[in-house]
Ligand binder design. Structure first.
Ligand code: SF4
Length: 553
């Protein structure tokens, strides 16, 4: 139900302000806010288990189906066969399939091999063997039936996993370093803070009705894209107090991308949960709830600035001053952890590169078994859609590498396998305009063949040329932070036909090169021209670059 009965005069709009709760605007100003007020989204689980799982898809209330289900990681998936040109023209129910996408949140990307095998088994039994590693360290299933949700939750939760607030206007999965606690060069292990935030706040109603989604990254290494999170804690050495975290707020992509701002505050490990609670509370209370397009924290931070945000956080929420702290050292390029790396304890991590995160339940089970045979009991998923096996004794590394390569998971991949990411795209996503995963596979295969002559010169360690594909203007695959970012849209080909294609952004990056790629006006390619276009761009870059120069420079 919307508030269309409210008069929409300029004066009335002024009175309603931006919908900030802290300023007294508690009446819902759009249908999403109304839905959350009418019934807290966390309540939907009882209805799924008590009613919908028995009555099937047809029994689901539309408000739950297209709204509250998300708080448990469930979205309807796209009905097959609807082309991207019709996405915007159709009503949501015309796009809905009777199956769901289900996101399992995996905070810090950390899994035991037992959990990995269980995720694979659930995929085989309930998700037609689908499993994508997302760039938020989640696993995403497809073809899920509402009838199976009680059993799926029982299995996941029995193994310590959850889908709670994996989507929705809520605190999403917390990104953490895939090498937390084991990397030689990490400043601090953030794992205790991530665990404590989950223990204290996950699933609490007071933190699960936010203006919009709330993304967190906490890491002692520059490997979680902290610049584009609503809140990020970045490892830093304080000259007097030692290792801790630098606090950043207000990053985000999609339309109006913004880099997060430093608050200049240093936070010790033990205080991270409390400060996180303060930041999410500022967002809950002061965030803009009138327009969904301006509801992310980044808009509040832009309007307030870092100084005012810190002042409100300290005075109204923490009741104390935070310590000033130094900026983290400019990190190198965002690390993907692919390849073999020595851990602190003398064992090794083996990082592999599926193409754009696409694996399968069967593959995950096989990885779990191979890892256990090699003496490992732990794996990690990465924010670049990669998978890393931890704690492998040196003598077992070559055998594990060979087994993983057999499974389509090379640990010495081409730079294209390493550098390509893709969102879900038109195969399953209702918002999509173009296909992405299959295109990513074709792109990798073709670039490996066509650019073999310059591959060794381009494979610059942890800095492959990155190519990210999005299926629509949202930025699930972070196109603005790629060397070559491709935003799916309908374009006109040489014959005047409307076909799937991409708007090109060039020169984005994270870490040392943090900045958004330039959108080249009128620079669009059709899906059919994509491989040739990327090949030309890379060859031009290769021909003109200075020694040691990276793409974004
Ligand atoms: Fe769907 Fe668009 Fe996100 Fe891709 S970028 S997963 S098409 S919403």
């Amino acid at each position: 139900m919307s508030d269309t009965s409210t008069p929409r005069t300029p004066r009335a709009r002024q009175r309603r302000g931006k919908g900030q709760w802290a300023l007294g605007y508690r009446e819902p100003l759009n249908p999403n806010e109304r839905s959350k007020k009418d019934d807290h989204p966390l309540n939907v689980r009882a209805r799924i288990e008590g009613t919908y799982a028995h009555g099937g898809f047809a029994s689901i209330d539309p408000g739950d189906l297209r709204g509250r289900f998300r708080w448990y990681g469930l979205y309807t998936q796209r009905k097959p066969g609807i082309d991207g040109g019709r996405t915007a023209a159709l009503d949501p129910e015309e796009l809905d399939d009777e199956y769901f996408m289900l996101r399992v949140r995996i905070d810090g990307g950390a899994l035991t091999t037992e959990q990995l095998a269980l995720i694979g088994e659930i995929s085989q039994t309930y998700a037609r063997d689908t499993a994508d590693i997302t760039d938020r360290q989640n696993v995403q299933y497809h073809w899920i039936r509402v009838e199976d949700m009680p059993t799926i939750w029982a299995k996941l939760e029995g193994a310590g996993l959850t889908t709670m607030t994996a989507c929705g206007d809520s605190p999403r999965v917390i990104l953490g370093s895939p090498l937390a606690g084991i990397a030689d060069d990490e400043i601090i292990d953030a794992t205790p803070a991530i665990d404590e935030i989950k223990r204290r706040y996950l699933g609490k109603p007071e933190y699960a009705n936010l203006p919009r989604k709330f993304k967190t990254a906490i890491s002692g290494l520059p490997d979680v894209a902290h610049e584009i999170h609503d809140v990020a804690f970045v490892g830093v050495h304080h000259p007097e107090h030692g290792p801790g975290f630098d606090l950043w707020v207000g990053g985000g992509l999609s339309t109006n991308p913004m880099l997060a701002q430093r608050l200049g505050a240093w936070v010790p490990l033990a205080e991270v949960p409390e400060v996180w609670e303060g930041v999410i509370s500022v967002f809950r209370d002061y965030g803009y709830r009138r327009l969904r397009s301006r509801a992310r924290l980044k808009f509040l931070v832009k309007d307030w600035g870092a100084r005012k945000f810190r002042e409100v956080l300290e005075t109204e929420y923490l009741g104390r001053r935070l310590l000033d702290g130094p900026a983290p050292q400019a990190p190198g390029r965002h690390r993907d952890h692919v390849g073999v790396h020595r851990q602190k304890d003398g064992t090794f991590s083996v990082g592999t590169a599926p193409i754009a995160g696409r694996v399968s339940g069967s593959t995950l089970i096989a990885v779990a078994k191979a890892a256990e045979r090699a003496g490992s009991a732990r794996v990690r998923l990465t924010p670049l859609q990669k998978l890393v096996v931890l704690d492998v004794p040196e003598t077992e590394v070559p055998g594990l590498q060979a087994e993983l390569a057999e499974l389509g998971l090379p640990s010495e991949p081409s730079p294209w396998r390493r550098g390509v990411m893709a969102c879900t795209g038109i195969e399953f996503c209702k918002l999509a305009i173009v296909e992405t995963k299959a295109r990513a596979r074709e792109l990798v295969t073709e670039l490996e063949r066509r650019l073999a002559d310059i591959e060794s010169e381009l494979d610059t360690g942890d800095s492959p040329v990155t190519v990210h594909l999005n299926g629509c203007p949202n930025s699930c695959a972070r196109i603005q932070t790629a060397d070559i970012g491709l935003k799916g849209q309908i374009v006109t080909d040489d014959e005047g036909n409307q076909v799937e294609g991409f708007q090109v952004h060039l020169g984005g990056g994270l870490g040392l090169d943090a900045g958004f790629g330039r959108k080249l006006r009128g620079h669009k390619v059709t899906g059919g021209e994509l491989v040739g276009y990327v090949e030309r761009v890379v060859r031009n870059y290769h021909a003109g670059r200075e020694p040691g120069e990276r793409f974004a420079q």
